[in-house]
Design a protein around this ligand. Structure first.
Ligand code: AMP
Length: 378
């Protein structure tokens, strides 16, 4: 076990790295964050901000010499970075699961081979692949880049072969998946923490609403039947076991109008849809990241209260920041800001959690806060 006050390393210093840093430091660990951005949200509160590219060998060598273990806040850290580090220091999750999660073709193929349902899809590397996929897949469909897509970026809706060909060129003729657009009843996520001995704790299922491809709201507990929740948890657990996963794993699901549960994608890290756990669970997803990184048993994930999490995007900034005082008037609303200097439309600036004895009451508080923070038209 790695105990306080060891130094923990985190690759990536965005909001996820920042919330990891808060959890680790409050538990008595020290944190070094590697991020090239001089204004990195995690870098500004870490014990040390290593301001260097992820491929900087000298920085990685120094990190591995001083850190007891290293984790990552995002899957797009270069594969070579994780591989370089993991022969020198424990890296959790390791390069193998991160490589699967980073690439939609590998990810969906892995899921299919495990017998875990996904939306029907075809890997696309050439125009010929596209022609044959369009002949077999029900339209409409989505063409998604295999790598570097997030928050609905790198995706194009297509309804014919002509559309798909145009879309493929628009996406740079890079490796993609073509995926059937399924009729959704709900979107769900399951987040779990698994340590290197396989000890696992699963968070309550979250019900997610996306707006323009970006997560907007998470409701917990999800308003679904118990067997659906159980099935989602079992699927996430199978996936984690199959990868012998160590760390926090997020699995996003589609519940179709026909009642089928499909895995959309996974993230090898804490997830936006798990931010509710900071205020509403006995252990937050970031404490779990610390615990699994340090070989401690994962903490209890007991839900202490129904909760609604709402993302705060840069869209709420006009000439001045949103009127936070209105949020603070609600005693059951908890504000989390990430310390980003510049607000831009679509940029995740923070979130708030609203807790109440009843989910409907938490929703009512969240809507009051949303209305108060939203700039008035005109
Ligand atoms: P992704 O980046 O793949 O998570 O997609 C972002 C959002 O687009 C999802 O959360 C869904 O709301 C929607 N979406 C993505 N893929 C599909 C699909 N195959 N069918 C229906 N909706 C989808």
């Amino acid at each position: 076990m790695i105990l306080p006050d060891a130094i923990l390393g985190v690759l990536g210093g965005g909001q996820l790295g920042r919330m990891f840093t808060v959890a680790a430091r409050s538990m008595g660990y020290r944190v070094w964050a590697l991020d090239p951005d001089p204004h990195s949200p995690a870098g500004s509160i870490a014990d040390r901000h290593i301001e260097a590219p992820y491929s900087d060998e000298a920085a990685l060598t120094e990190m591995s010499a001083h850190c007891a273990a290293v984790t990552t806040e995002f899957e797009n850290v270069p594969a070579e970075t994780l591989e370089y580090l993991e022969v020198r220091v424990p890296v959790r999750p390791g390069s193998a699961p991160v490589a699967i999660a980073r690439d939609r073709i590998r990810e969906k193929t892995f899921l299919r081979e495990l017998g875990l349902a996904t939306a029907p899809f075809f890997p696309i590397r050439t125009l010929d692949d596209l022609t044959s996929a369009c002949a077999q897949l029900r339209m409409p469909a989505l063409l998604k880049t295999a790598q570097l897509g997030y928050d609905g970026k790198g995706q194009i809706a297509v309804s014919s072969l002509e559309d798909a060909r145009r879309g493929f060129q628009q996406l740079g003729a890079t490796a993609c998946v073509l995926e059937e657009r399924v009729a959704l009843q709900l979107e769900l996520s399951v987040i779990l923490a698994r340590n290197s001995s396989g000890q696992t704790e699963v968070f309550p299922v979250g019900e997610n609403v996306h707006v323009n491809g970006i997560l907007d709201t998470t409701f917990v507990p999800a308003r679904i039947a118990q067997p659906v929740a159980r099935q989602a948890v079992q699927m996430a657990q199978r996936l984690a076991d199959a990868m012998d996963y160590c760390g926090v794993l997020a699995v996003e699901f589609f519940l179709t109008v026909d009642g089928d549960l499909l895995i959309n994608e996974m993230a090898p890290r804490p997830h936006n849809s798990g931010h509710y756990s900071i205020d509403a669970c006995l252990t937050s997803q970031f404490e779990q990241q610390v615990r699994t990184l340090c070989d401690l048993p994962p903490g209890a994930t007991t839900l202490l209260s129904p909760v609604v999490m709402v993302n705060i995007l840069g869209d709420l900034w006009g000439d001045s920041p949103p009127p936070w005082e209105k949020l603070f008037e609600q005693p059951q609303a908890k504000l989390h800001l990430y310390g980003k200097r510049h607000a831009r439309p679509g940029r995740k600036m923070g979130h708030y959690n609203c807790l109440a004895a009843d989910l409907d009451d938490a929703i009512a508080i969240a809507e009051l806060v949303r209305a108060a923070l939203t700039p008035k038209a005109g």
